[in-house]
Design a protein. Sequence first.
Length: 113
Amino acid sequence: MMSTKEKIVCESIKKTTKRISVIDNILNAEPLSDIIQLRKEGQKILDDNRDDNQKLAELIKPYAKKEKELFRIAKIQTDSTLELINEKVKLSSELGDLKNELYFIEQRYNANR
């Protein structure tokens, strides 16, 4: 059975790890090359469905949504790269501290058995 302190530390580790993962995904993304690929695929759909505007609109809609998301990521990368790196460093340090704390909690629990 976990103590309250252990539960809080475990939950903090989970949240910190998730945020680091989100930051890594943003920093490692290549949205502009993905946009180029998306537009190539969109052009192929356009070429194949020139006569049916309704079908074309339905087929292109997910591509437009994805492109919008990729532009959002590109803007975040452009505007916030330094802030994201600083946040990741801070969170990584915090994660190390949390893991150390969890280790000591577990050691105290095992010593009291």
